[in-house]
Design a protein around this ligand. Structure first.
Ligand code: ACO
Length: 368
């Protein structure tokens, strides 16, 4: 019988602090609260860019502020699958299913290309909008190719064109959601790509990873929590009770940021300047102040600041999306980053295969 060997190699739960890839796409400076896409500051990109321009920047490295990307039609096979889903299905599950069926109907040769990325990114908003209508008993709306991706998505969702300010607010959300380094879903996409699997499979896996509440599921819970807080006067009591119960305050804390999330700062500006802002925005700002103070008191060892999800919630509500569409809308925004990472991974590929430290029993005989 051979004993298992003690393994003295360092182990980092959650891979925290482990460098597992090189990327030229997004720079996340957690200490100083900075986010750059290919070197450009996120605040500048929100002010001067559009989502298609930012996606193109991520895919190709070129800055073309006039880059146009309309949504594309939903293939018949995908529409059949969406119609077969129960109306109660989660939009994230519908989107994951749609991308999977879309991938089955494509020829997605290796290596993945910006054209493949563009095609998938243009398809997914149409699929999500179609599902959102079907579950309400409404027929899907065909894309309007004169509209860019975000106003096109709103048009297919609502059956009418959004006003420019509303489309612009959601575009800002899509820009800040486009890319964020080696987060859990992007890592998932890179792991899948590293096996030389195809772009659609990588994005299906990424959607699955993003679905978890610790990653992309937070903004809908932010809305619920702010309502539960009730009023500014009750905020402190509610915050303390929530933490004492062992629950987390949604929209606070981040694996990388120890400073205020620059995406939250950009979205707070957008939320405050929106024409149709939700009536609970003032309450959200009051709850944030209290939450930051209480978190600092309870966790002096770890800076827990506001993350992007907190102000994503009022922006998404303000543009008329229902909370159950928030995670899937985040997934649409992240398509640019996921697919850019897929292309980058394929360009310098090595299969991702870390080790595990074995903690099970030593070698033994099966019971007689
Ligand atoms: N509310 C209350 N306490 C918190 C919060 C929070 N939001 N975040 C962290 N903490 C506490 C933890 O309970 C833990 O305390 P303990 O050591 O006494 O158990 C300590 O702070 C450290 O937390 P970790 O879980 O180790 O931090 P980690 O880096 O692993 O987690 C995460 C980051 C998952 C985002 C976490 O802060 C969290 O759960 N936040 C709430 C959910 C959320 O907002 N998610 C969206 C993230 S942004 C995005 O994915 C786009």
């Amino acid at each position: 019988m051979i004993e298992t060997q003690p393994d003295a190699r360092p182990y980092s739960p959650g891979l925290e602090g482990v460098v597992a890839a090189e990327t030229a796409l997004g720079y996340v400076d957690g200490e100083r609260g900075r986010l750059l896409y290919r070197g450009y500051r996120i605040g500048d990109l929100v002010e001067r860019g559009t989502y298609p321009a930012i996606a193109n920047l991520l895919w190709t490295g070129d800055w073309d502020p006039d880059h146009h990307l309309p949504t594309s039609p939903v293939p018949a096979a995908v529409m059949t699958a969406l119609r077969a889903l129960p109306a109660a299905a989660k939009p994230m599950d519908a989107l994951r299913t749609a991308v999977s069926v879309w991938g089955a109907a494509q020829t997605l040769d290796w290596p993945p290309t910006p054209e493949q990325a563009r095609a998938l990114t243009a398809f997914s908003p149409s699929a999500l909008a179609a599902f959102a209508r079907l579950r309400r008993g409404l027929e899907p709306v065909e894309p309007d190719s004169s509209l860019d991706l975000v106003p096109g998505f709103l048009y297919q969702l609502n059956g009418e064109r959004a006003d420019a300010a509303t489309a612009r607010a959601l575009d800002a959300y899509f820009i800040v959601g486009a890319e964020h380094g080696l987060n859990a879903s992007t890592f998932t996409a890179r792991v899948i790509t590293s096996t030389r699997s195809d772009l659609a499979s990588a994005v299906v896996g990424a959607i699955g990873a993003l679905k978890g509440p610790l990653h992309g599921g937070a903004p809908s819970e932010v809305v619920e929590q702010i309502h539960n807080a009730g009023s500014p006067a009750n905020a402190e009591k509610w915050v303390r009770e929530t933490i004492a119960k062992g629950d987390r305050l949604m929209g606070f804390g981040h694996r990388v940021y120890r400073a205020y999330d620059p995406r939250a700062a950009a979205l707070r500006k957008v939320a405050e300047s929106m024409e149709h802002k939700p009536d609970w925005l003032e309450l959200a700002i009051a709850v944030e102040d209290v939450a930051l103070r209480v978190l600092a008191e309870l966790h002096p060892e770890r800076a827990l600041k506001t993350n992007v999800e907190y102000y994503a919630a009022p922006v998404l509500m303000g543009v008329g999306l229902t909370p159950d569409l928030f995670p899937a809308t985040f997934a649409l925004a992240r398509h640019a980053g996921w697919t850019a990472h897929v292309i980058e991974q394929a360009g310098a590929n090595r299969i991702i295969r870390p080790d595990a430290r074995y903690t099970g029993p030593a070698e033994r005989d099966l019971p007689a």
